[in-house]
Design a protein around this ligand. Structure first.
Ligand code: FES
Length: 336
């Protein structure tokens, strides 16, 4: 069967080469055009071939200059994650036939990561974030002697099976909408790993971890775009872990931050009028007495006004709002 592959090739004359050195601070967008160009190849492969088969065939028989990273070819090592038709996927797990759109498949390095060459992106931002959440156990005392087991209830470890399944391919980070505009965001993989240690009964630093994760760039910077859930090849569903961390952080008392205030303001508005009052959401999230923070939101407000998106000054309740209030009362807890 014949397949047409359009490959994003590294363009050494492009912007990335002029502005950044691999391994150092990367200006975003790291590999925006013209740091890449597209080259089209045609390959003859069996119907069941995957994208990686095509790339290896191109490299072996047509163009030895093509750079592609892979190892296991079995969706285990995580090294072949790349953008396929605009979303992160493992090339060794993506059937070419299913990914052929309008007669071709486009593969490229993800725009949110720095390019090293062709389909090989620099994983430094990914590993920096991974290490930032201290992905190791800080043992509770007393630590059992080396010849004794530290017994953990099965149920406790079952809770962590999803997070332990991560193969660090970075597909979730490659497609993360929040990371694309905020390079300081820890990102879905690091936060899912953070939950793996917060949720481990052997770890002694739960409160410290939750405090760190509640700061800027942490759990509250996720925008719930669900891309990480969609693209993770192992079902880790990082967003689910982020939501668990948020609940634990709030329960542990880490509420004095824009993220918690935003959630509170959102719920408060819906509870009282049945819908969102966008006019008060931003000031309440920033903190009513945080003048500097308020001023920083001004450009967004001006842009909204220019685009005709400012909400009405008088916020009206929806009909039947009393029923919404009853729902909040029935759910109880923090928003009662
Ligand atoms: S080559 Fe190892 S996951 Fe694809």
């Amino acid at each position: 069967m014949q397949f047409t592959i359009e490959v994003g090739r590294y363009n050494p004359e492009g912007r990335y080469a002029e502005t950044a050195v691999p391994g150092e601070a990367f200006p975003a967008p790291w590999n925006a055009s013209p740091a890449r160009r597209y080259q089209t190849y045609t390959v003859e492969l069996p119907q069941h071939a995957v994208v990686l088969d095509a790339l290896i065939a191109i490299r072996e028989y047509q163009d030895p200059s093509l750079a592609v990273r892979c190892a296991c070819r079995s969706a285990i090592c995580g090294s072949c994650a790349m953008w396929i038709n605009g979303h992160a996927n493992l090339a060794c797990k993506s059937k070419l036939e299913s990914f052929t759109k309008d007669g071709k498949t486009r593969v490229e390095s993800p725009p949110s990561m720095p390019i090293i060459r062709d389909l090989v992106c620099d994983m430094k931002p990914f590993w920096d974030k991974h290490l930032a959440v201290k992905p190791w156990l800080e043992n509770k005392e007393p630590v059992p002697p080396p010849d004794e087991e530290y017994r953990v209830p099965n149920a406790a470890m079952e809770e962590l099976i999803q997070e332990v399944s991560c193969i660090s391919c970075s597909a979730c980070l490659m497609d993360c909408e929040s990371f694309a505009v905020n390079p300081d965001f820890l990102g879905p993989q690091a936060l899912a790993q953070a939950y793996r240690y917060v949720g481990d009964p052997r770890d002694d630093k739960t409160k410290e971890r939750l405090g760190e994760l509640s700061k800027a760039g942490g759990i509250w910077d996720c925008t719930h775009c669900f891309e990480c859930v969609q693209q993770c090849p192992k079902g880790v569903a990082p967003l689910e872990q982020i939501l668990k961390l948020r609940k634990l952080a709030v329960d542990a008392g880490f509420t004095n931050n824009p993220g918690t205030r935003h959630a509170d303001a959102f719920a408060d508005s819906v509870k009282h009028s049945g819908r969102l009052n966008e006019l008060t959401l931003m000031p309440k999230s920033t903190g009513l007495f945080n003048i500097v923070g308020q001023l920083k939101t001004l450009p967004s407000a001006i842009n909204m006004a220019r685009a005709g998106k400012l909400p009405p000054l008088i916020h009206k309740s929806i009909p039947g709002v009393e029923r919404i209030k009853k729902i909040f009362q029935r759910v109880g807890g923090r928003f009662k």
